[in-house]
Design a protein around this ligand. Structure first.
Ligand code: NDP
Length: 511
């Protein structure tokens, strides 16, 4: 239903609203030569952008923040038209983007400041040491379709704040929001260090071919290809991939809160959030009560094609292919003995799938092992906390998890036993709103992290080490030519001095 142009001789991608199939726009399919030309142009302007420094760049990032806030309604219209989201969900992307701009604009100077560590090594004790954070010239940012406006912002704002130029490749399914993103940057008159490359996967390949660092968000399967392509070019990449996030509902949980939170965490954005709740483990004593509450919540959700009226809670999926994938997971589970106690099938004429709660599922079903990325919540009864933890960790993914208990300390203790990049206790999705924390997947859910204070901007930099003398210099250093025994002796005595300092710290008398 969406982006249905044949991938052969077409020169444009037609973009459709997945809720009704209507055409909402078109973008060019950019060829490798076009992408290379854009990257070359970015390289021309990037040194000037870097030279502006964090303060100069802050001006442009905050001016752009104003543009995003002033154009929030229009941005929401565009992203809603190409995703089929209800208004309430579409409306979050512009404000979140504005807050990200604020965060990086205001913190970049502090996070990128030169560092002057004191030398631990006696071999460099006479030097002034400096670490400088210098940006990669061109960062390629490749994004999926689930949050077409804020997802690019999650990564490219930090890259711009670092002083890099950015080449953005949005999903073929939802390129129009990215067009708006870049249009805004141009409209405020900012330096031309943000460019767009629209097209299919081949365009993504071309972005990798022309970038110095690649930030990829998408499926694990494509992420693997991106990693290989970056390895071939010997450039670094950071990968934010899929998940199969578990929720652990313990017997002492506030069941109303758990059932509300898990309904939202599983159904929000029609389940198309990388950190959606994708499977639920409930301790036996509260299983029936929790299930009844969850099901009641899910049954109340209003699904349909929204306009600006905020009339629906759930919209369509992003395209028919995604709807069919969700259907496949549910059908397979039901054929193997699972039951849909609410929902369970496609609905309407667009890419809609009913909000679904599945029971009698087991750990080997695809709906429990592979990312579904749809409005489905499979629920499993477990004997106790230990079984919940064991099953939660029994996954190739490791993006995030939630733990529901009235005992906060217990929740945090369980968090430390879960093999995932983030755990929210008594809440869902909250880590993504906490920009100070790193967000990244473990295992097949990713490599590297985004956000998270200084690390989130320094990842777009090549740290440069500078040494210079901090004491008066002579014509020669003792380690220089000519070769001599004296040099070896000096090295040993420096190492001994260092070791002696180390043992003294431990309170052991040096030999
Ligand atoms: P895909 O992996 O299919 O696509 C992601 C992006 O990669 C798209 O822009 C796509 O272009 C592009 N692409 C495709 N092939 C290549 C290639 N060979 N080289 C470079 N780029 C390529 O993901 P989806 O768009 O289907 O998004 C859904 C996935 O994203 C889910 O798995 C979800 O979990 C994950 N995701 C992860 C998040 C996280 O933070 N961990 C956040 C949000 C989503 P095109 O669309 O034109 O094919």
């Amino acid at each position: 239903m969406t982006a249905v142009q044949p991938k052969t001789e077409a020169t444009t991608i037609t973009v459709r609203n997945p809720a009704d199939g209507s055409v909402v726009g078109a973008v060019p399919i950019e060829m490798p030569a076009d992408v290379a030309a854009k990257a070359r142009e970015l390289r021309l302007f990037q040194p000037e952008w870097e030279a502006l420094g964090p303060r100069g760049r802050k001006h442009w990032l905050l001016t752009y923040q104003d543009w995003v806030l002033d154009n929030a309604e229009h941005i929401t219209d565009v992203l809603q038209s190409e995703t089929g989201k209800p208004r309430s969900e579409a409306s979050i992307e512009a404000p979140l983007t504005a807050t990200l701009l604020d965060y990086w604009a205001r913190h970049a100077e502090q996070f990128l400041a030169d560092e002057h560590p004191r030398s631990f090594s006696p071999f460099a004790v006479t030097k002034k040491l400096t670490t400088v954070y210098r940006p990669y010239p061109v960062v390629g940012v490749i994004t999926p379709w689930n949050y077409p406006f804020v997802m690019p912002a999650l990564d490219l704002v930090a890259a711009l704040a670092a002083g890099a130029a950015v080449l953005l490749k949005p999903s073929e399914v939802t390129p129009l929001s990215a067009v708006e993103f870049v249009r805004g940057w141009t409209e405020i008159g900012a330096p031309p260090v943000l460019a767009l490359a629209t097209g299919y996967g081949d365009t993504g390949v071309a972005v990798i071919d022309n970038a110095d660092f690649v930030q990829f968000t998408g499926s694990t399967a494509t992420g693997r290809k991106v990693a290989v392509a970056c390895a071939e070019r010997l450039i670094p990449c950071s990968l934010e991939l899929g998940g199969k996030d578990p929720a652990l509902v313990l017997a002492d949980a506030d069941l109303d809160r758990a059932a509300n939170g898990i309904a939202w965490g599983g159904m929000g954005n029609s389940g198309q959030i990388c950190i959606s709740v994708e499977r639920v483990y409930v301790e036996a004593p509260v299983y029936d009560e929790f299930l009844a509450k969850l099901t009641a919540n899910v049954r109340q959700l209003r699904q349909g094609q929204d306009d600006r009226k905020f009339a629906f809670d759930i919209g369509s999926l992003a395209n028919m292919a995604q709807r069919d994938k969700v259907k496949g997971h549910v059908d397979e589970a039901i054929a193997a003995g699972a039951r849909a106690i609410t929902g369970g099938k496609p609905t309407g004429t667009g890419a809609f799938f009913e909000p679904t709660v599945l029971v009698d599922v087991n750990q080997s079903m695809t709906c429990m092992t592979e990312e579904t990325f749809g409005p489905t919540i499979p629920v499993v009864k477990v004997a106790d906390e230990a079984e919940a933890i064991r099953l939660a960790n029994d996954s190739k993914y490791g993006l995030s998890a939630t733990v529901w208990t009235r005992d906060r300390e217990r929740g945090e203790r369980i968090a430390r036993r879960l093999n995932v990049g983030a755990v929210n206790v008594n809440d869902v999705l909250s880590n993504i709103f906490a920009f100070d924390l790193p967000m990244g997947g473990w295992k097949e859910s990713g490599v590297g992290t985004r956000l998270g204070g200084a690390a989130g901007i320094r990842k777009y930099c090549r740290p440069q080490a500078i040494t210079s003398p901090r004491i008066p210099t002579q014509a020669k250093e003792i380690l220089w030519y000519p070769a001599s025994r004296r040099r070896t002796k000096l090295a040993l005595s420096l190492a001994r001095a260092s070791a002696a300092r180390g043992v003294r710290r431990l309170g052991i008398k040096p030999r």
